[in-house]
Design a binder for this molecule. Structure first.
Ligand code: ATP
Ligand code: MG
Length: 282
């Protein structure tokens, strides 16, 4: 029991440094720390998601969660970091082509990337997807053998598909596992149809948001009324895509809703805060 009790001062040596792990998107500028400069506190961008954070990316279907997770993996692999990519939804054979195309489109070095991303396929067959212990053993093997420091799980929801009451326990187990192995992580979480599209709530309820270190919410809106056309200055039938950091307990963050685009290669480009595109004249 005693090993769980600490004087705050003793935690100095185990306290992780606060710096950013870049995603290659504008999200990187949206996390910050505060520094004292000439007697004033000023924001200093982290240039990434906080080191050793587990960030949950939440959204309804087709909002770009997988695209963001892949782009993060590509960017890290391009920068010589080893990434473990656990695919739970989409079988691994689809990843090669889509990652290659995205890397080329983003001007990243795929020759390097392809050896730095280690894929665990938990999509085909249920021996890994339905068995957290077996999956974590496989992940531990990859971390040890391949020296990965970044882990992406797309999606964590897929690991408790038929047993939603287990969501909290399963997310907690994977969260603790990644902490133990000093990984910086990105989880993708799906929503259930009853859950507000713009909230941090995911399948399994708000429990998931409470466990992780931070939540990013991705959303989309069909421009379908005169009001929408006028408010967003967008044509009828187009799609407004938004992203925002809902919360993060490890670092300060921008709290605005940002508009982003999905490019023809399936990459994410965060453009402007939503408040800057809306027409407030009427
Ligand atoms: N190469 C591409 N070109 C244009 N649009 C694309 C491309 N790839 C993906 N998209 C668009 O991006 C959308 C979001 O894709 P993504 O797979 O990231 O969704 P998701 O949020 O992970 O959804 P799900 O919860 O179903 O897994 C797709 O539905 C598609 O409309
Ligand atoms: Mg997806």
């Amino acid at each position: 029991m005693k090993e769980h009790v600490h004087v705050l001062a003793d935690l100095k040596n185990v306290s992780p440094d606060l710096f950013g792990i870049p995603t290659g998107t504008k999200l990187d500028e949206m996390f910050y720390t505060i520094e004292e400069k000439d007697g004033r506190f000023v924001r200093k961008p982290l240039n990434g998601i906080p080191y050793k954070a587990i960030i949950n990316v939440v959204g309804v279907p087709d909002t770009g969660k997988s695209l963001l997770a892949e782009q993060f993996a590509l960017y890290q692999a391009h920068n010589d970091y080893k990434v473990m990519f656990v695919t739970v939804e989409s079988p691994s054979q689809f990843l090669y082509g889509s990652m290659k195309l995205k890397a080329e489109y983003l001007g990243l070095d795929f020759e390097k990337i392809k050896n730095n991303i280690i894929v665990i396929d938990a999509a085909l067959g249920d021996e890994l997807r339905d068995n957290p212990k077996a999956l974590m053993d496989t992940m531990a093997y990859v971390i040890k053998e391949k020296k990965t420091t970044i882990t992406v799980i797309d999606s964590i929801t897929g690991l408790y598909e038929a047993k939603e009451v287990m969501a909290r326990q399963i997310v907690r187990q994977f969260f603790n596992f990644l902490k133990k192995w000093n990984q910086t992580g990105m989880f993708v979480s799906q929503k259930r149809s009853s859950q507000g599209a713009e909230t941090a709530e995911a399948a399994g309820g708000l429990a998931v948001a409470h466990i992780v270190d931070g939540t990013i919410v991705m959303d989309k809106k069909l421009i379908e009324t005169k009001w929408d056309i006028n408010l967003y200055n967008m044509p009828l039938g187009s799609i407004l895509r938004t992203i925002r950091i809902d919360g993060c307990r490890l670092a300060g963050h921008d709290s605005k809703t940002w508009v982003f685009e999905i490019t023809e290669a399936g990459t994410i480009k965060i453009k402007k805060p939503l408040e800057q595109i809306v027409n407030t004249s009427k």
